[in-house]
Design a protein around this ligand. Structure first.
Ligand SMILES: Nc1ncnc2c1ncn2[C@@H]1O[C@H](COP(=O)(O)OP(=O)(O)OP(=O)(O)O)[C@@H](O)[C@H]1O
Length: 705
């Protein structure tokens, strides 16, 4: 049970003054919660400002430099309403000070309201950005207009939060202030030495400071308050991972003893020999599985490095030793693809493979479940459907989870609830740096595939502005005529008014048209809104060469393996994250043919966007790209926080707080060594921390264990 003391903080944001259902939705979005009911006062409190507006500049009107935010004390001279019927001509209010005149400009504002807040002849404080048009200063929609008498209430320094549509800074401010009033004093959970050494304020004080910066320095990641909160967040994360591990390790292992007969049969049938790091990874995995402790290993390998074969070889040993193995993929497309590859490999060893996804229904499903339960099926490939309650395994000894970062700790727990405690191999193609591995997975053993299979050629990567689209289409046309295969990736599914992003459907149509009668049938489409049958068909057609240009959304991002596809066009490349671009590009260059990747951007490019694309052009090394991405964008984006299911870090910034991550890891371990049930006084306080940081799943686990 959650301690009563925390109840006020768990009020839904909707219960805060001024917040209705719409705003609650908006807040759910910016705090990354599932929906409005799940968005609590606490989530608002732990949302750090990402910038600051400094309103301390107080020069005269004409002394204010172009495009700077200034606070001006002015006298109101006259109002100039929009001419009747021409609402797009702004309403102007002319004001002056000793240095000159300023036009306050308003679009679609109510005249009565403007007359009320800007009475002619009165002196007011206005604050906002001063722009010069035709040699005259103006301020469009001032951020603040305050009567001189109320000058004391004027915010000199204002924190800025990430905003989404429908949420104004003022409303956010107001709800934040009322949430701050709910903060109780809490017991200290951090180690007193650490607190003293770092001059950490208490949690509640740190939260208050977070939202009341007094100067730009106060929002830097290295203030004691920011560091304190970052530490708390990291500690909660590490503690929750350590709790999972603690319980998993307690369950009896399954020493896998096999002489490698099946594995060798598979190896012999592969059209290639393993790379050095593939062999090393296989050896590491087999050593782990032979031991009496459960394996918890991360197999990290860049795009196209050949993780699937490694997994298959490990599964072969598990099967030979009389067990079953599962491979869980994050998407249906990927599950089916793995099924296709793996059944082919398994055939050589006579291993029985089946695929299980949410799509299996009726008799087919019942029969499949039966064959899994009686052990006839030895390897099951699937999506999270693999771990529904109805699925009972005969003797599950190895679970391979592909792209774990999409699932999160929760599914990992479900997996172990399947009676037996299988060895666990987590495969990730996201070449995340060590600090992130630690933050996301805790202390797992790691095998790395450090080289690409022999014979791969570099992918020629170019950035091209949208004006040259016609040229790209022409080149693509001749490539298709040459028998080549290409992907064309678009960011969105349907045309929508709010977005000028090119939709995959209209791009599919325009390309088919541009290619003319002869080539149009070779152009196919796949996106997330199609049924899984349709998606399958599209992928199969592309693989078999029935279609040769696949226009797709990012459903093809992870893992799709069509080795003879050699051209990748990514439209609106400037809108994708670097790591995601790397994943997408990794769909080509998977065979021995020369490949190219065209990053098509709609300019002009901002500085960061330009730098990002340049990194990609220069490097194919996923690790380097991830490091650069981390520098350019922060870790939440690298991991794709929202869709990843990995509880993202809001307060900790892993490039700034790497030292705290190490400390948090050590502290989590020490705490649990001394007090595995978190029942001491400090343990109780730490439970509170887990609630506060929304790691409820760990608490449930604590109870179960
Ligand atoms: N040692 C090898 N030599 C040559 N080709 C290999 C080797 N190992 C794997 N391959 C081939 O390389 C391609 C990529 O392998 P795989 O799909 O396992 O990559 P992956 O690591 O899962 O990459 P991604 O994360 O991009 O899906 C496959 O077509 C596979 O058959």
């Amino acid at each position: 049970m959650r301690p009563l003391q925390l109840d006020p903080l768990f009020r839904t944001v909707e219960s805060l003054p001024g917040i209705g259902p719409k705003l609650a939705e908006a807040l759910a979005r910016i705090t990354g919660r599932e929906g409005p009911e799940d968005t609590r006062a606490l989530d608002l409190l732990l949302l750090p400002p990402h910038g600051l507006i400094d309103r301390t500049l107080r020069k005269g009107i004409t002394e204010t430099p172009e495009s700077t935010i200034a606070t001006l004390k002015v006298r109101v001279d006259r109002h100039q309403a929009s001419p009747p019927g021409r609402r797009n001509v702004p309403y102007r209010v002319f004001v002056h000070d000793d240095t000159g005149e300023l036009a306050l400009t308003f679009f679609h504002s109510k005249p009565a309201w403007l007359e009320k807040i800007l009475p002619v002849g009165e002196t007011v404080l206005v604050s906002g950005k001063v722009e010069w048009f035709n040699g005259r200063p103006s301020m469009v929609h001032p951020d603040h207009i305050v009567a001189e008498a109320d000058a004391a209430s004027f915010p000199l320094v204002e924190p800025v939060y990430p905003l989404t549509a429908g949420l104004s800074p003022k409303i956010l401010r107001r709800s934040l202030e009322s949430a701050l009033e709910l903060l109780p004093e809490l017991p200290e959970w951090a180690d007193p030495h650490l607190v003293a050494k770092n001059s950490f304020p208490g949690f509640a004080d740190a939260v208050r400071e977070l939202h009341h910066p007094e100067a730009a320095l106060d929002i830097e990641p290295q203030t004691p308050a920011r560091r304190r909160l970052a530490y708390d967040e990291l500690l909660a994360g590490q503690l929750s991972l350590a709790l999972v591990r603690q319980t998993l390790r307690k369950l009896p292992g399954h020493p896998v003893v096999a002489d490698g007969k099946l594995r060798k049969a598979i190896l012999g049938s592969l059209p290639f020999s393993l790379t050095g790091s593939q062999s090393t990874a296989v050896a590491e995995i087999l050593t782990d599985m032979a031991g009496s402790d459960r394996m918890l290993r991360l197999l990290q390998g860049d795009v196209g490095s050949g993780k699937t074969a490694v997994a298959m070889l490990a599964m072969a040993d598990a099967v030979e030793a009389g067990g079953q193995a599962v491979l869980m993929a994050p998407t249906e497309i990927l599950a089916r693809q793995h099924y296709a590859t793996i059944s082919k490999m398994a055939e050589a060893a006579g291993i029985e493979v089946a695929v299980l996804t949410a799509r299996a229904k009726g008799r087919e499903r019942t029969e499949l479940l039966e064959r899994i339960a009686n052990g006839k099926v030895q390897v099951v490939i699937g999506t999270h459907a693999l771990f529904q309650d109805a699925v009972i395994y005969h003797n599950l000894t190895l679970a391979v989870v592909d792209e774990q970062h999409r699932f999160g700790v929760h599914q990992r727990l479900r997996l172990t609830a399947k009676g037996t405690a299988p060895h666990m191999l987590v495969m990730t193609a996201t070449p995340i740096p060590r600090t992130l591995v630690l933050a996301a997975f805790g202390d797992m053993d790691v095998s790395k595939l450090t080289e690409k299979p022999a014979g791969r050629q570099p992918i020629a990567t170019v950035t091209i502005p949208d004006e040259r689209l016609g040229e790209i289409v022409e080149r693509l046309k001749s490539a298709l005529l040459d028998g080549k295969k290409a992907y064309w990736i678009c960011p969105l599914v349907e045309d929508s008014d709010q977005s000028e992003l090119m939709s995959v459907e209209s791009r599919h149509a325009s390309l088919a048209k541009a290619f003319g009668k002869e080539l149009a049938p070779l152009v196919s489409l796949v996106h997330g809104r199609m049924t899984s049958d349709e998606k399958d068909q599209a992928m199969r057609d592309f693989k078999n060469g029935v279609s040769r240009l696949l226009v797709a959304t990012t459903v093809v991002e992870v893992g799709v393996d069509v080795p003879d596809a050699t051209i990748m066009v990514i439209e609106h490349a400037e809108r994708f994250g670097l790591a995601q671009l790397h994943q997408l590009r990794g769909r080509v260059g998977r065979g021995s043919g020369a490949s190219s990747c065209i990053l098509l951007y709609y300019g002009p490019l901002g500085e960061t966007a330009g730098a990002r694309l340049a990194v990609l052009r220069e490097s194919e090394d996923g690790f380097r790209i991830a490091e650069e991405d981390l520098k350019l964008r922060g870790e939440g984006e690298v991991l794709g926080t929202r869709q990843s299911g990995l509880p993202g870090f809001r307060l900790a910034n892993l490039s700034a707080h790497a030292d705290l991550l190490e400390i948090a890891r050590r502290d989590a371990r020490n705490v649990l060594d001394a007090d595995p049930g978190l029942s001491s006084q400090r343990g109780e306080a730490l439970r509170m921390l887990l609630y506060l940081m929304r790691r409820d799943e760990a608490i449930r686990f604590l109870r179960a264990g």
